[in-house]
Design a protein around this ligand. Structure first.
Ligand code: BF8
Length: 642
C-alpha cells in the first residue's frame, strides 16, 4: 500500500498545503496524490533499460545483473540507455523548436498585416536584424520584421550550412568544438527527424554517438527554441524591464472574475490581458469588480516579465488554482499542462479552455488560436469567463491569504542598463570586476521545474540560498523562479540570504535601477528565456576573450521533471557550463553513459567535461549539490587565475 504524504511533506508552501488539504477533504485527487499512488517506479524504466522501439519487444535488461544482457536485436544496456536519453532529448527539443516556429509565424503574419499584433520593440528588431546580417537601411519596420521572420523560419527548412540563430547567437569558441565534432545543427526539423531515425530499431547502436545526438538536440533546443523565441517575443511584446508582481495562490481575487493563463507561448495570453482590460465594464454587469488575470507555469512567467501579471502557481500545484473555487477559466496553450486539471475543474464551475489544435483535453472547451484571429479567440475566452462567474458557488471558495511582492524583468538589456550607469562604455565591466575581485564568487542559473514526486520548492530554494550565502549571483527562470519568488528571494528581504559582498553589490546596483536593492535572484523569464543567462555569459566571455566554459558559472535544476529541462541542461553543458539535476535522469542502467555525462570515466577526453568543459552533476540533496557547485566554481576561478 502506497504511503500518502501529508500536505506538509509535499510542499514547503503553506498555501499549497492548505489547498491540498481542502482538495483531499472534498475527495479531489491531484498530482501529489497520484505521485504517491504510483509508489515504486518501474526498475527497468528508471534505469533507462526498457526498449519499446519495435515489436520484437518490449525488451528490458535487468539492472546490474541477472537475466538477458541484450534485447532481441542485440542492443546492450549502453545502447538502450543512450537511446532512451535521446528520446527524452527529442521531446524537449521538439517542444521548444515548435514554440520558436509558432512565434516566427506570428511575426511573419504581423509583418504582412495579417495578424493583429504590433511590434513593440523596434530597437530590438533592428538589433536582431543586424545580428542576422540583414539589410535594414531604407526598409520599413514591417519589411525588416518580415525578413527576420523568414530568416527564423529558414531554421526549420534549410538543408545546408548552419542554423541562422547559431551563426547569430552561438559563442564562437563553443562553435569551434561543435563544428569539429560535426554536431552543429543545420535546421531544427531536419535534426529532429535525424534523431528519430537514428534512434529507431536498426539505427544507431553506438552509445557515444547517440550521446552526441543528444547534444545536437540540446543545441536545437537552445537556438531554434530558446534564443529564437526570446528574440522574437521581445520584438513582438517588448524586451522585459524591471517590473513588480505578486506571487502566491492568494493572487486570485474573490471579488473579481479570475482567468488563469497556463502553458508557454504568450501569443494568445497577451491578447487575453488586452481583452480583459477592454471588457472590464462588462464584468461589472455580472456583479464582479473586474477581471483578474493570473499566471501559471511559463505563460505566467512571460506575462509577469512584461506586464507584471501576478503569478499563482508553478507546475506541480497547477490543479490547486482550480481548487480555490474562484477560477472562471483556465486557458492553456502548450506544454506542462496536466490533463488532470479537467477532472479537478469538473468539481467546480471552472471551464478549461484548450487553444492549440494539437493540444486538446477530453471534456475541455476548445477555442482555436490562430495568430490572424487572435482577437476573436481572446474576446471569446474572456466573455466565456464573464458568463461563468454566475455559476460560481460561493460556498466552495477558499483562497489562502497573503502574497509575496517580487521584482522580475531582468533581461540582459535591463541588467546592462543598470550597470551602464556605472560604466557607460563597457556596461559589463562592473560585473566582470566583481567576479574578478571575488565580490561575486560565481554565477548560477537556478532553473527548471517543480515535480509532484518531490517536496515542492525545497530543492530550488535550498540550492539558491546555499549559493547566495556564498556570494554566488543567482539568475533564474521557469518554475524555479516561482519557488524563489515565493520565499522572498525577489525582493529586498531576500538580501538577508546573501553573503556580505554580494549584498553590498546588489544594494549598489539597485540604486542605479531606482530600487533600494536588486533582488538576490534575478528573474530572467520563462524556460525559453534560458537563452538570456547564456547571452550574459557569452558577452562576459567575449569581454575576457575566453570560452564560456572557463567562467565560474553553473546551472542547477533541483526539481527537474520535464524532458525540456534536460534538453536545456544539455545546451548549457554544450557551452561548458556544469549542470546539476536533483532528480534521477534515468541513465543509471549504463555505467558508460552515466560516467560519460558526469565526467567520471578515466578516459576523460571523451566525457562531456572533456569535450565541452561542462558536466552533469546528479545529486538529490540540495545542500550537497550546492557544495559541489561551489567546488566547481572555485575550480574554474583557479584555472582562470582569479
Ligand atoms: O518550461 S520549468 S515545469 S513550466 S518545463 Fe514546465 Fe519545468 Fe515549469 Fe515552463 Ni520549464
Amino acid at each position: 500500500m502506497a504511503k500518502i504524504r501529508e500536505p506538509e511533506e509535499v510542499s514547503k508552501d503553506t498555501q499549497v498545503q492548505q489547498m491540498l488539504a481542502v482538495a483531499r477533504s472534498r475527495g479531489i485527487e491531484t498530482a501529489f496524490d497520484r505521485a504517491d499512488q504510483m509508489a515504486a517506479r518501474c526498475p527497468f524504466g528508471s534505469a533507462g533499460l526498457c526498449c519499446r522501439s519495435c515489436l520484437e519487444g518490449p525488451c528490458r535488461i535487468v539492472p546490474n545483473g541477472s537475466g538477458p544482457r541484450r534485447g532481441v536485436c542485440g542492443s546492450d544496456a549502453d545502447t538502450l540507455v543512450a537511446r532512451s536519453l535521446l528520446n527524452t532529448m527529442i521531446q524537449g527539443a521538439s517542444g521548444h523548436a515548435e514554440h520558436g516556429r509558432e512565434v516566427a509565424m506570428a511575426l511573419l503574419k504581423t509583418a504582412e498585416g495579417k495578424a493583429p499584433y504590433v511590434i513593440r520593440d523596434v530597437g530590438k528588431l533592428m538589433r536582431v536584424a543586424k545580428g542576422l546580417n540583414l539589410e535594414i537601411e531604407g526598409k520599413s519596420i514591417n519589411e525588416v520584421a518580415k525578413a527576420v521572420a523568414l530568416t527564423a523560419l529558414e531554421d526549420f527548412q534549410k538543408h545546408e550550412g548552419v542554423m541562422n540563430w547559431i551563426e547569430y547567437r552561438g559563442h564562437q569558441k563553443s562553435r569551434e568544438i561543435w563544428d569539429k565534432l560535426g554536431i552543429t545543427p543545420v535546421n531544427a526539423h531536419l535534426e529532429i527527424a535525424k534523431a528519430v531515425t537514428r534512434n529507431a530499431m536498426g539505427g544507431d547502436a553506438d552509445p557515444l554517438n547517440l550521446l552526441l545526438g543528444s547534444v545536437t538536440m540540446g543545441l536545437v533546443d537552445g537556438y531554434s527554441g530558446l534564443h529564437l523565441s526570446s528574440d522574437l517575443q521581445d520584438i513582438l511584446f517588448g524586451t522585459p524591464k524591471a517590473v513588480k508582481f505578486n506571487y502566491s495562490l492568494a493572487v486570485l481575487d474573490e471579488k473579481q472574475i479570475n482567468i488563469a493563463v497556463h502553458g508557454h507561448i504568450p501569443l494568445l495570453s497577451e491578447k487575453i490581458v488586452e481583452w480583459a482590460r477592454t471588457l472590464e465594464r462588462k464584468a461589472l454587469t455580472v456583479g464582479a469588480e473586474g477581471i483578474n488575470i493570473v499566471g501559471v507555469c511559463c505563460t505566467g512567467n512571460e506575462l509577469l516579465m512584461r506586464q507584471g501579471v501576478h503569478a499563482a502557481s508553478s507546475f506541480s500545484s497547477q490543479e490547486l488554482v482550480i481548487v480555490t473555487g474562484a477560477l472562471e477559466a483556465m486557458v492553456v496553450d502548450i506544454q506542462c499542462i496536466m490533463p488532470g486539471i479537467q477532472q479537478v475543474a469538473e468539481c467546480f464551475h471552472t471551464e478549461i479552455i484548450t487553444t492549440m489544435p494539437h493540444v486538446k483535453i477530453p471534456g475541455a472547451t476548445h477555442v482555436n488560436f490562430e495568430p490572424e484571429y487572435a482577437d476573436d479567440a481572446a474576446r471569446e475566452i474572456v466573455e466565456r469567463a464573464i458568463r461563468n462567474f454566475a455559476k460560481r458557488d460561493p460556498a466552495k471558495v477558499v483562497i489562502p491569504g497573503g502574497s509575496v511582492e517580487a521584482y522580475a524583468g531582468f533581461s540582459v538589456e535591463q541588467i546592462c542598463e543598470v550597470t551602464a550607469k556605472i560604466n557607460e562604455d563597457k556596461p559589463l565591466q562592473p560585473l566582470i570586476d566583481a567576479i574578478k575581485d571575488g565580490t561575486i564568487r560565481g554565477v548560477a542559473a537556478v532553473i527548471g521545474c517543480t515535480n509532484p514526486r518531490e517536496p515542492q520548492d525545497i530543492g530550488n530554494v535550498t540550492v539558491a540560498k546555499e549559493l547566495l550565502k556564498n556570494n554566488v549571483l543567482i539568475v533564474t527562470t521557469g518554475c524555479a523562479a516561482h519557488s524563489l519568488a515565493k520565499y522572498g528571494l525577489m525582493n529586498e528581504d531576500g538580501l538577508e540570504a546573501c553573503g556580505d559582498s554580494l549584498k553590498a553589490l546588489l544594494r549598489q546596483l539597485g540604486q542605479h535601477a531606482g530600487l533600494s536593492a536588486l533582488p538576490p535572484a534575478l528573474h530572467m523569464g520563462s524556460c525559453v528565456d534560458n537563452s538570456r543567462p547564456l547571452d550574459l555569459l557569452s558577452a562576459i566571455a567575449d569581454e575576457l576573450d575566453v570560452p564560456v566554459s572557463s567562467l565560474p558559472a553553473v546551472g542547477s535544476c533541483p526539481e527537474t521533471h520535464s524532458p525540456k529541462a534536460l534538453t536545456i541542461g544539455t545546451y548549457f553543458m554544450a557551452h561548458g557550463v556544469d549542470v546539476h539535476v536533483g532528480v534521477d535522469p534515468q541513465v543509471s542502467g549504463s555505467n558508460l553513459v552515466a560516467r560519460t555525462l558526469t565526467g567520471s570515466r578515466e578516459d576523460k577526453e571523451i566525457t562531456m567535461d572533456g569535450l565541452f568543459g561542462g558536466k552533469l552533476i546528479v545529486e538529490s540533496d540540495p545542500v550537497k549539490a550546492a557544495a559541489i557547485l561551489l567546488e566547481r566554481i572555485d575550480m574554474k576561478r583557479k584555472a582562470l587565475g582569479i
